[in-house]
Design a protein. Structure first.
Length: 649
């Protein structure tokens, strides 16, 4: 990572420089921030944050992590309580690098430090003053570096935008993918109100009842997620600790949470017994524990009661109106035990994602739940998801179109029943985008899902991928980093990070993310081909071919192999791969044919395949706007017209 006279270090051991300044001095701060970044340091600054109090916790966490606190003193900042507090932390931790940007002296308590003069004429990477600042920062990082000449950042160096989340009000995420990208995972700096809900043990004596204990834990997790003051780890990451709950600190470190909720469930005839305990991840001791024994018909009250008591134990402010709602039907939920049971069975099958048979069984269970309680919004949303998966993976032609139409109808029903249910809006956006191929119409439900589901990792991940389809990478990065903070051990999250970076032509970061996804799940379908395509775009053909050969998804493997063979001049091999695809997949893979013909230089055939894909409602078209493999034909008028028809323009 080193270039010229840059400080030694790699992205894996990079540390954060915290820059403190007054909002009034933002334009003076930006050039200094740029110089620090170009020297290879990762900068945290709050110039993009809005709302002060709301982001106090995020600022505090970033300040705690910082190895250097650069304070920009000015007439304005000497009067700022925020800057005083941040400077005090830097001083007390012996991390302070004081700079005067307008000749002002620091306030009392900070004048014992030598202040670097950074008047505008001296804010240049080659100036002695800026070299002095960089040397001080390097020293605080334990590095010996000579910044005698201007420094430059490599093309694949740290990108501050990749470390920011939020829309107009953005903030650094220190967990999940952001932590992974900067080597901060396992930092032990979890928020004091962060929690994971582990899968509850099934003590019923019947392994077939595991769906119920898992479902109960999931429902409690969902209720906790609705409290905006809590940071709740997602299900996929939490469930990795089903068999290994011995080491509390290891669990907390890997999930980056301060606490976790563990428990067990015993279901016997009409009675359900639930024992739960809230564990302090730092000490392994129980902060709170309680047992519940209720009629099965009261299981919903138990869920609400546990969620409220956990939040109370974490000293989180609960809206009094929410306390009054305890015991009532939960958002998008049901009061029918039979409907709830069918829903949990369906969700268990759907989450397993085994094959067409299990997905259709899941759909049958969601239908059963709805038959028992037609007002069960969560079941309608889950039904929409199952219909969309079956349509996309196992059907074609008229059947696919009909199933997608049902998926849209089911999602709309869920939205009508529970307008505040984020999952319903997310399911609707997905069904419209993939089923109707109307990206413009899908935007509104996706935006609503983000508004309502900022604590739901799956909702955030789907939203991130959707925005990336339009090339809107700042919004996509923001959402996927929030998702990864909640779900740091989910391979699908890293696959989404890879997809986003691939579309943005950040191939090194894409490869790194896909590789991390494979480390978490070596059997993850499509991930090896994704690495292959990223390597191919870098002209690393031999490496790419090896990854394609190992891919389990036949359609993606053949697509990659056909493209690679043609590039290597092996035309006969390339044609044979295309023929094999045609024989097995027919018109169901027109989008892949377009990718191949585009890379082969056959513009007319590529455009014809895209038109055929449109006629057959090929969901691959949602990738069309920013697919690197289609770059050779992107300027064709037919291409632009097709984008318009899909609602991209």
């Amino acid at each position: 990572m080193e270039q010229g006279n840059r400080a030694q270090g790699t992205q894996q051991d990079a540390s954060t420089v915290f820059v403190s300044y007054s909002r009034e001095d933002r334009q003076r701060a930006l050039p200094i921030i740029k110089i620090i970044e170009e020297a290879g340091f990762i900068v945290w600054w709050d110039g993009l944050l809005e709302g002060g109090e709301r982001f106090a916790r995020i600022t505090e966490e970033a300040l705690e992590r910082a190895k250097a606190v650069v304070v920009l003193w000015s007439a304005a900042s000497t009067k700022s309580h925020w800057v005083h507090d941040e400077a005090t932390v830097g001083r007390d931790r012996q991390r302070l690098v004081p700079i005067s940007i307008d000749g002002s002296e620091p306030p009392l308590g900070f004048r014992q430090f030598q202040v670097i003069d950074a008047s505008p004429i001296k804010v240049k990477s080659s100036s002695a003053e800026m070299r002095q600042m960089l040397k001080a920062i390097a020293t605080l990082h334990g590095r010996q570096a000579d910044f005698a000449a201007p420094v430059s950042r490599p093309a694949n160096g740290p990108n501050r935008r990749m470390l920011l989340i939020g829309g107009g009000a953005t903030a650094l995420v220190a967990t999940g993918a952001a932590a992974w990208l900067t080597g901060l995972i396992g930092s032990g700096k979890a928020s004091a109100v962060s929690i994971a809900v582990l899968p509850f043990d099934n003590l019923s004596g019947d392994p077939q009842q595991t769906y119920f204990s898992d479902g109960l834990a999931a429902e409690i997790r969902t209720q906790l997620t609705r409290n905006e003051l809590l940071q709740v780890a997602a299900q996929a990451s939490s469930n990795l600790f089903r068999e290994d709950k011995a080491d509390a600190k290891a669990i907390s470190d890997k999930l980056d949470v301060a606490y976790f909720l563990d428990g067990n469930v015993r279901r016997a005839e009409d009675i359900v017994k639930v024992a739960v305990q809230l564990i302090d991840g730092r000490t392994g001791s129980a902060k709170w524990a309680e047992s519940f024994e209720r009629p099965l018909t009261n299981v919903f009250e138990v869920q609400s009661e546990i969620a409220l008591k956990v939040a109370s134990a974490l000293s989180v402010e609960i809206d009094p109106s929410k306390r009054r709602e305890a015991g009532k039907k939960s958002l998008a939920g049901t009061k029918s035990v039979a409907a709830f049971d069918a829903y949990l069975r369906g969700k268990d099958l759907y989450d397993a994602g085994i094959d067409e048979n299990s997905d259709r069984q899941a759909l049958a269970k969601f239908n059963e739940a709805i038959a028992d309680d037609p007002q069960y919004a969560a079941a309608h949303a889950a039904r929409s998801r199952a219909l969309a998966v079956i349509a996309n993976l196992y059907t074609g032609g008229a059947e696919r179109k009909a199933l997608y139409a049902e998926a849209v109808t089911a999602a709309k029903k869920a939205v009508a029943l529970a307008p505040e249910y984020a999952e319903a809006h997310s399911a609707l956006g997905f069904a419209i985008a993939f089923g109707q191929l109307n990206m413009k119409a899908a935007r509104a439900p996706y935006e609503k899902s983000l508004q309502l589901g900022k604590g739901d990792a799956d909702v955030l991940s789907r939203y991130a991928v959707f925005r990336s389809r339009f090339g809107e990478y700042e919004a996509a990065n923001a959402a996927i980093l929030q998702s990864s903070a909640l779900d740091p051990l989910n391979p699908r999250t890293f696959r989404s990070i890879g997809d986003i970076n691939y579309g943005a032509r950040r191939y090194d970061q894409a490869i790194k993310a896909f590789d991390q996804a494979l480390k978490l799940n070596p059997k993850l379908s499509g991930a090896k081909a994704s690495i292959g395509f990223a390597l191919y775009m870098q002209d690393r053909l031999v490496e790419a071919a090896r990854y394609f050969a190992e891919e389990s998804s036949k359609i993606r493997r053949l697509t990659g192999e056909a493209i690679i063979a043609h590039r290597l001049g092996q035309k006969a091999v390339a044609e044979s791969k295309l023929a094999e695809m045609n024989a097995e997949f027919g018109t169901e893979s027109e989008y892949q044919y377009a990718q191949i013909q585009s890379q082969w230089g056959n513009t007319e055939k590529a455009l014809a395949s895209l038109q055929s894909a449109r006629a057959h409602d090929d969901s691959g078209l949602v990738m069309m706007q920013n697919d690197p493999l289609l770059d050779p034909i992107r300027k064709a008028p037919e291409f632009s017209n097709l984008l318009k028809s899909l609602g991209f323009v």
